[in-house]
Write a protein that binds this ligand. Structure first.
Ligand code: NAD
Ligand code: MLT
Length: 525
């Protein structure tokens, strides 16, 4: 049974879902060294934001198939290294948007009315009605840096507070901005015009220190900043300066370049509201986050496409129902091709026909690539890293879609052209969601593939099949099914035997020595 390691606290909804299907170890507060030491035993790792899943850590995950991030940001995970290693990364990006958006609005109002400062003053025994003069948010310009899920939710709420909302996002959808009554602007305009800027971008190279000294100097004097996204997007030293010179009147910070912050003057600054990364800390968000990440991890371990895969294509559940057996089939056809085609391949093509021509086929392509590369790579090959490995090896797989499928409602065909100009074809279809191999090199048959098989290309004639059976029987190999396709009676034919155990080379040699057999192959999936 697959083993899952959980290194940070996640909601019971998620833990229960994981425990129902797998063995789960919750090990909080591991050092990096301890994590690396125990990771080789696990198939899945579930983290929040504190565990740093570096390339070095991932290298110790020799069995690791999936990393689940219970939350949105994946900046604590080396996603590139995971992709190279064929490890899927899943997160829960839709689970905490409302929690973060509500916190941003809370911080906006908190700054506008100096709520934390007034509370501290009261608790110190003072009554300072004149000191805490506030300002109304109505009619003020709120600039959103990043207009994705959370930015949009902040916009919706700010519009209800009668604010003018501006947004800068290189991938902004004008239509969505208009729908929410938001003005899409350049970064310069956003910096210049906003009374308050709220940050909602990921922490990536392009956003690290995005608000540096130079950009802070472009702000409207006396502007306010909110950061519920990630520490490191605002240059903290530059912000201290800007607060000192009143260029920035106040800041509300939920996230820090170093968490927890150490000797950071912003934490105790009188014009800063400092929070310990609470954006996602609502009961609702935590329940949803835990459930979503657990669903992603379970899907990955049970070979389904997770809804929120960070480094794999998304497939809508309706499409996945159609595509799933063909994902398996793509790998099977590729494994067959890799073992049956003997000459070096010069071109690979995959043809999606009939019903398959109108659905999303990227997961089928990736599974097929993985199948082709599996036997030829020392490193682990999965659909996650197949495209990268194929590119490194110069392996190209072209694709074609045909509206009509021969004989079946849908047909997947892998066509391999070898350097000597020969064409080999492997076709399959799904019958009641089960992959069937239905065509090999132009021979039509119907095989439910098994782990071990024998393929023969031979001359159709009485007694030959019996002889092959006798050879396998003498080697104590049990045949579970037999399928023959032929061009014409007593003409060229091929046979597929599914067997209970792999057939060794010396037994294949005996089969090939039979009169009438042109070629025999042992195939293992
Ligand atoms: P999202 O992917 O839906 O939106 C991010 C947006 O940022 C995207 O629209 C993207 O185009 C935009 N963007 C990227 N680069 C940009 C740039 N250089 N300038 C401007 N915009 C840019 O993500 P989301 O769900 O809205 O979350 C945003 C971030 O919030 C996450 O990446 C995460 O780091 C952070 N977050 C923090 C907490 C918390 O507890 N404080 C909780 C959840 C998420
Ligand atoms: C997130 O990106 O979802 C947040 O950082 C929340 C968290 O990890 O708790």
């Amino acid at each position: 049974m697959a083993q899952i390691l959980v290194t940070e606290k996640i909601g019971a909804e998620g833990l229960d879902a994981l425990t129902q299907a797998f063995t789960v170890d919750v090990r909080l507060d591991l050092t990096q060294e301890q994590l690396k030491e125990i990771l080789p035993s696990y198939d899945a790792l579930v983290v929040r934001s504190q565990t740093k899943v570096t390339a070095d850590v991932l290298a110790h995950g020799t069995k690791l198939r999936v990393v689940g991030r219970a939350g949105t940001g994946v900046d604590n995970i080396d996603v590139d290294a995971a992709t190279r290693a064929g490890i899927l990364v899943v997160n829960a990006p839709a689970s905490n948007s409302i929690a973060v958006a509500e916190l941003a609005i809370g911080l906006l109002l908190g700054m506008a009315r100096q709520i934390p400062q007034a509370r501290a003053s009261m608790q110190a025994g003072r009554w300072e009605r004149g000191r805490f003069m506030g300002w109304e948010v109505r009619g003020k310009n709120l600039g959103l840096l990043g207009f994705g899920r959370i930015g949009s939710e902040v916009a919706r709420r700010a519009r209800a507070l009668e604010m003018n909302v501006l947004a800068y996002d290189p991938f902004i959808s004008q239509e969505r901005a208009q729908q929410l009554g938001v003005q899409a602007v350049t970064l310069d305009t956003l910096l210049r015009e906003s009374d308050v800027i709220s940050i909602h971008t990921p922490l990536i190279d392009a956003t690290r220190n995005l608000l540096n000294a130079e950009r802070l100097a472009q702000l409207k004097p006396g502007a306010y900043l909110i950061n519920c996204a990630r520490g490191g997007i605002i240059d903290e030293a530059a912000l201290v300066e800007a607060l000192e010179h009143k260029q920035v009147a106040g800041a509300a910070l939920d996230v820090w370049a170093q968490e927890p912050p150490k000797n950071n003057p912003l934490v105790a600054h009188p014009n800063v509201i400092a929070l310990p990364h609470l954006g996602a800390s609502t009961e609702e968000a935590q329940a949803l986050t835990a459930a979503d990440v657990a669903e992603g991890v379970v899907d990955a371990l049970q070979n389904r496409t997770p809804r929120y895969a960070v480094n794999a294509p998304f497939v809508a559940p309706e499409a996945w129902q159609i595509v799933a057996p063909y994902v398996q089939l793509g790998r099977i056809l590729a494994r067959l091709a890799a073992q049956v085609v003997q000459s070096p391949a010069s071109a690979y093509e995959i043809v999606y026909s009939g019903e398959l021509a109108t659905t999303t086929t990227e997961p089928i392509r990736l599974a097929t690539l993985a199948g082709l590369l599996e036997g030829a790579s020392e490193s682990r090959v999965t659909p996650v890293n197949a495209a990268l490995l194929a590119r490194d090896r110069g392996l190209a797989l072209s694709e074609r879609k045909l509206p009509e499928a021969e004989r079946y409602a849908a047909l997947l065909e892998l066509r391999v052209t070898t350097s000597d100009g020969a064409l080999h074809t492997f076709g399959g279809t799904a019958v009641q969601d089960e992959p069937h191999v239905v065509q090999v090199d132009g021979y039509w048959l119907d095989v439910v593939p098994s782990q071990a098989m024998v393929f023969t290309f031979h001359q159709d004639r009485p007694g030959l099949i019996g002889h092959v059976g006798t050879i396998l029987g003498a080697a104590d190999i049990n045949i579970s099914s037999m399928h023959v396709g032929r061009m014409a009676p007593r003409g060229h034919a091929m046979m597929v035997l599914t067997v209970d155990e792999p057939v060794p080379g010396d037994v294949i040699a005996k089969i090939e020595a039979e009169a009438g057999i042109a070629k025999a192959f042992s195939v293992q999936l």
